[in-house]
Design a protein around this ligand. Structure first.
Ligand SMILES: [Zn+2]
Length: 574
């Protein structure tokens, strides 16, 4: 949209934006009919900034072709249009529709699987195509990602990107939160933030993504969002957000340094070059708490709860892309979509170029983590490191660069707050079935004890507790349920584990997800979030039990059906 000449100055504070700034409260849309996208059309007078700022973001030469980007549209692509478009694209040879799950209001969560089957055999004999998962709109009110992924799907389905499918398979899931998209909400229908639910799996939407990831074990995951442009930056700093795209890789405790190194060298460096070549600006992702008066800027969090971090802990190269968008309606929409497209194309090309190395990295990291059971230490809780940096933003009146000296909480250097000797595994009581089900949904192998077993173990003893909102870099997580934060000491325990109780070995690729879920004294843990009945319903197991390794006697996390890729691909992680 050619905003430069049309935008008129509308003052610094635009009342119509206020609703976009608060943590979204799902205002009980019960009974409301979802129009195609009721909250998507901005009030025409509510321009968030003046012509001088708008001129910094000229429209791209080409408009992406999606229903929501057609000239004259005031709404984004509706759920019905999206589903019809995926069905049409699935007619292309080598492309199939994948039902990932169903939203809380019963809308299908769908992906396209570009199998590469129409592109001949992959690479040298015996080579596999590593899988790439691209997904958008976990936050329903961030439409640019969904529109970009629809446009990208056309390019993969027989278009300019189709040759890449000789080297990689691609899954595109444009809209992870269809209910939020229908109502213009960040959160899911029950008020939960889907992108803080990837360890707890309380929402059907996060569970759908976990099922998809477990089934396809992607080696590269790209999660596409929009960031706040005016709102609290204008209120707190008197500045407008400047960058077209904010970027971040997985940043959680226990991630192998090799993963971040490969992400930087193979993906982020070429991505930055592609953005530079297109005149698009970028920096590390950051956000600011919704709390008034808090001037700290924080990179994306280090908790093992976001898709970015949980996928990193599953040994995927995991990248967050955030275009401008939250709070500015359809302003610069074509450019926002374009910035995602430039980035996504670059990431797909990098994955295709590095396909054998990417597959090998995923496998090597999985083996390395599984081999570390019983050995050394493991981080239980980590935090960002406070630093300062000068961040370029924009002057709201002149549109000129406005450098701000800010406190910057870095996720690139983690401080370990709590660490413990790495156990061989965890014991779970028979009544911990709910926790077991969530772990299995993530792909964790769990054994059920057929007979009583003595285990050399350690238990946690509570020394203090507080009930609180789950903390987050945005201030708090949208969730009515408070977490039970405890501090603990450990003490040894001669445990007689009963038949029907469970053992979760750390001699498996997802060991660090297990630690994140089962060490109790963190905000994301299953104990803190009441998926475990009590501290005594789990224990740290310090010696490898006599019934053998997880490999030997595991209960499969799910049955493997004929169309499940795991059935045909022995080289995959399972
Ligand atoms: Zn988002």
């Amino acid at each position: 949209m050619g905003t430069g000449s049309k935008v008129r100055w509308a003052g610094l504070v635009v009342g119509g934006l206020a609703a976009c700034l608060a943590v979204a409260q799902p205002a009980a849309p019960t009974g409301a009919q979802p129009a195609s996208a009721p909250a998507s059309a901005p009030a025409p007078q509510a321009l968030p900034y003046g012509a001088a700022v708008a001129a910094r973001f000229p429209a791209p030469a080409q408009r992406a072709d999606t229903p929501g980007l057609q000239p004259g549209r005031s709404t984004y692509t509706s759920n019905e249009e999206l589903s019809a478009l995926l069905a049409a694209l699935a007619q292309t040879p080598g492309v199939r529709r994948v039902a990932a799950g169903v939203s809380q209001r019963g809308t299908a969560i769908e992906a396209l699987h570009f199998t590469g089957a129409a592109n001949g055999e992959p690479g040298p004999p015996g080579a596999v195509r590593p899988r790439v998962l691209l997904l958008g709109q976990q936050h329903g009110d961030e439409p640019a990602g969904g529109e970009a992924l629809l446009a990208l799907s056309r390019e993969l389905a027989g278009g300019a990107l189709a040759p890449l499918l000789q080297h990689i398979e691609v899954l595109v899931l444009p809209r992870a939160n269809p209910d939020g998209a229908a109502f213009g909400l960040r959160v899911a229908m029950d008020g939960q933030d889907i992108n803080r639910d990837h360890l707890l799996l309380r929402t059907p939407e996060a569970t759908a993504l976990a099922t998809l990831a477990r089934r396809f074990t992607p080696a590269l995951v790209v999660d596409v969002h929009e960031h706040t442009v005016v709102g609290r930056y204008l209120q707190k700093f008197g500045a407008i957000q400047r960058h077209d795209l904010l970027l971040q890789h997985a940043t959680a405790a226990n991630l192998p340094p090799a993963l971040a190194a490969a992400t930087e060298a193979w993906f982020l460096a070429p991505l930055r070059s592609a953005l530079d070549a297109d005149g698009l600006t970028h920096t590390w992702y950051y956000t600011n708490p919704t709390t008034p008066g808090d001037l700290r800027l924080s990179m994306g969090g280090v908790q093992p709860d976001t898709l970015r971090n949980v996928q990193g802990l599953q040994h995927a190269v995991s990248i967050l892309l955030e275009s401008r968008g939250v709070g500015i309606g359809r302003l610069h929409l074509e450019r926002r979509v374009h910035s995602h497209l430039v980035a996504l194309r670059s990431l797909l090309r990098s994955a295709a170029e590095r396909a054998p190395a990417l597959a090998a990295l995923q496998q090597a990291l999985a083996q390395q983590v599984a081999a570390a059971a019983c050995d050394g230490t493991v981080a239980v809780l980590a935090a960002q490191t406070p630093t300062r940096r000068v961040l370029p933003m924009l002057d709201p009146a002149t549109g000129a660069d406005l450098p701000l000296d800010v406190q910057w909480n870095s996720s690139l250097e983690l401080r370990t707050l709590v660490q413990r000797p790495r156990p061989c595994g965890y014991w779970l009581a028979a009544e911990a079935g709910e926790a077991v089900a969530r772990l299995q949904a993530l792909g964790v192998q769990v054994q059920t004890l057929a007979a009583p077993q003595p285990l050399l173990a350690e238990t946690w003893r509570e020394t203090a507790r507080v009930e609180t909102d789950r903390p987050d870099v945005r201030g708090r997580i949208a969730d009515a349920r408070r977490a039970l934060l405890v501090t603990v000491t450990t003490e040894s325990l001669a445990l007689q584990a009963g038949a029907g109780s469970f053992y979760v070995g750390l001699d498996q690729p997802l060991a660090h997800l297990v630690v994140a879920a089962l060490e109790p004294d963190t905000p994301s843990s299953y104990f803190a979030n009441r998926l475990l009945p009590g501290l005594g319903s789990a224990a740290r197991v310090l010696r490898r039990p006599s019934f053998g390794s997880t490999e030997a006697g595991s209960t499969a996390p799910s049955s493997v059906s004929a169309d499940d890729p795991r059935a045909a691909s022995p080289a995959r992680r399972e």
